[in-house]
Design a protein around this ligand. Sequence first.
Ligand SMILES: Cc1cc2nc3c(=O)[nH]c(=O)nc-3n(C[C@H](O)[C@H](O)[C@H](O)COP(=O)(O)O)c2cc1C
Length: 371
Amino acid sequence: MPEPRPSPDALARAVSLADLAALAERAIERTAWDYYRSGAWDETTLAANESAWKRFEIHFRGMVDVSARTAGTTLLGRAVAAPLVAAPTAMQKMAHPDGECATARACSAARLPMCLSSLSTTALEEVRAATDGPLWMQVYISQDRGFTRELVARAERAGIDAFAVTADTPAWGIRERDMRNGFRVPDGLHIVNLERPGGPTGHAGVGIGGALSWTIDASVTWKDVELLASWTSKPVLVKGLCRPDDVRAAFDSGARGVWISNHGGRQLDGAPATARVLAACAQAARGRGPVVVDGGIRRGTDILRALALGADAVAVGRPILWGLGAGGEAGVARALAMLAGEFELAMALAGVRSVEEIRSLGADLVRDAVP
Ligand SMILES: Cc1cc2nc3c(=O)[nH]c(=O)nc-3n(C[C@H](O)[C@H](O)[C@H](O)COP(=O)(O)O)c2cc1C
């Protein structure tokens, strides 16, 4: 049985994301915790995502006047407080009853973009109403193309600012803890944006895979990305890429940005850590649109490393869920403040004053210790 939520005092005493994770673990149901933390199969990619960032050393500069520095930047035309995005994660109401709306409010207060999962437990319109900050939405291209087209149109009408179409999920990855736990969508929660008259509710069966299998499609190709991009005037990013040729294909298919990701190690186990493929992918994206990267970002120093390797912004998945589980909106705010605060401090300690400066210093600032 979960323990009561930590007190505001306990939340305030958490000094790192790892502390927040420990608080969240005690406060949410075991099956939900396992769903959030798991990676696919042997979880090698899950582990590599975190450790790979640490291989990159930060060759800090001394005696630079860093008294005036800013973490602020622009992303898809919007000014943001830091190059940091809340990644789309499914079913946030399992972490806290306020779910996706709590995340949206914390992100907008921090002036950071949120990307809503299409597997959210809150209607996209309700999440949009909870924030006036940048709100993106992740989509899968469904077997029912008409449904996806209507979902995109509905989201655009509601005021979604950008779409991230997931490329790493032609089939659901296997997470063995969920299989052992017989994980299913908890009673009372619904994958509301994907409900259709007469269709399965996402509630039936073991796991979410079976009931929602129609929402993904193993036959999806770049032609479908082209189609999706033609359905909306909003920017489309392709999320879940690890190869430069795929980065080029994404832009050739009408994407306005790319998102280097392996789904937090939840899809193909054995996929490379994103830190290892970022530089080559960013090179392929040069001059064509922003590069977002996620997977194992846990410290402000990881953000600095990612920018020096060519990213325009990073995204975090689990850290948001830890904040949410530990303290709802206040917990997410705490997670975001930790990351942004650490990044700002890392900038000072590294002798850099802006996101642009980190990006232009690149390999002069951040080098692979094991080339
Ligand atoms: C519990 C959970 C649910 C997720 N759900 C989705 C999803 O619905 N759609 C998607 O594109 N990515 C999903 N992701 C992947 C995240 O968007 C992101 O790529 C990943 O979490 C980043 O790694 P990190 O958790 O190490 O920060 C999910 C990740 C987790 C941990």
